[in-house]
Design a binder for this molecule. Structure first.
Ligand code: CP3
Length: 332
């Protein structure tokens, strides 16, 4: 969840000399910025510095990152011939820089498990269709409703590309992989089950054969947590809009749960950070499949790094002791 990024001055210093895509595609630099938060905070695991949109470039999408805008795709998908023109991706020759960065990290930090990652087909398709970030997903939904067969063809291509990319990351040394379906919560339950879940499941099935744990983050998808818990994923990562005790009820110990502190809590005072951390930890006690403490989404660029350190210390301290009940429990 953006361990590395603009909230760290050491990241901004490297970034000042390189644009984002060059940073991602230069293994020495990608390895270095992956290590920065590990050196500073001593997290239990690292996530490789890359981006979910990286595989779209060898597929033929004209991707750039603009300051203050984010990703922009110059040739969004409009027609069947646009989908047919998409190229197959060879994870080694086309995306070898990600694999080199992983290998370098594993050599440099042999005791820190490294998480590889990729975007889920629906989220990737939304960028390809919209041409960038969006609030409403209108072009994407129009595409799904008006061209369902074409949409399925696109999602299928993406599922194959993503699974090959993840397997290559595992072969390069990733100890676990995470699939980000950041915008899946925009779909109705029925459309999620039709256009998102089956493609995520296909990836999970292919990738799990490696024996490496697979984490699925389907942001905002509360209505399908039960289906997700039988999808074959080892871990479900959840945002902050659902309490963990309610997640426990739906997933019934079939998977481990990751999350779910609101990243905005890090913008608050330390007392608030401690209180909210305590709440997540005590709600997590009802999870029978285990809990990985994490944020519910990416860390905001205006976050004070001292607050991240405070959070890590809180989790270590409060997580070790058998967490006392949350203050609201006492009030009941
Ligand atoms: O956590 C990490 O350090 C790992 C690196 C990582 C990045 N992106 C680096 C990044 C990861 C895991 C991602 C995933 C990603 N990228 C997602 C899924 C997770 C999520 O946030 O939902 C998505 C949707 C993207 C696409 C993307 N990349 C967007 C929409 C943006 C712009 C957002 C912004 O804050 O500007 C990016 C840019 C991006 N990806 C940055 C970083 C560090 C900021 C780039 C910069 O330095 O200017």
């Amino acid at each position: 969840m953006r361990q590395a990024g603009r909230y760290l001055e050491e990241y901004r210093a490297v970034r000042a000399a390189h644009d984002f895509l060059s940073l991602l595609s230069t293994p020495d630099l990608a390895c270095e910025v992956t290590r920065q938060p590990i050196r500073r905070f001593g997290f239990d695991a690292a996530i490789i510095f890359s981006d979910i949109l990286v595989p779209l470039v060898p597929m033929g999408m004209d991707l750039r990152f603009e300051e203050a805008v984010g990703p922009v795709i110059g040739n969004p998908l409009r027609s069947a011939s646009d989908v047919d023109r998409l190229r197959g991706v060879d994870p080694v020759s086309d995306l070898g820089f990600v694999l080199d960065a992983i290998q370098q990290f594993v050599r440099a930090e042999p005791d820190v498990p490294l998480i590889g990652f990729a975007g889920a087909p629906f989220t990737l398709a939304s960028y390809m269709i919209e041409g960038g970030s969006t609030r409403e997903f209108i072009a994407t939904k129009r595409f799904l409703y008006q061209e369902p067969r074409l949409a399925r063809k696109l999602l299928q291509k993406l599922a194959w590309t993503v699974s090959q990319h993840l397997i290559a990351q595992i072969e390069a040394g990733a100890a676990a992989v995470q699939i980000f379906d950041s915008w899946a919560g925009q779909l109705s339950k029925e459309d999620y089950l039709r256009y998102a879940l089956p493609y995520t499941v296909e990836i999970v099935e292919l990738v799990r054969k490696t024996g490496v744990p697979v984490i699925v983050f389907a942001k905002g998808v509360h209505s399908c947590l039960s289906e997700l818990s039988t999808s074959g994923a080892d871990v479900l990562s959840v945002d902050w809009t659902i309490p963990l005790d309610s997640v426990a009820g739906t997933t019934e110990g079939r998977v481990a749960i990751q999350g779910n502190l609101d990243p905005a809590v890090l913008l608050a005072r330390p007392e608030t950070i401690e209180r909210e951390t305590q709440r997540v930890l005590s709600e997590a006690r009802s999870l029978r499949g285990g809990h990985i403490f994490n944020l519910g989404h990416g860390i905001h660029r205006s976050t004070n790094p001292d607050h991240v350190q405070f959070l890590v210390d809180c989790v270590r301290r409060l997580g070790r002791q058998r967490a006392p009940a949350h203050p609201t429990d006492a009030a009941l």
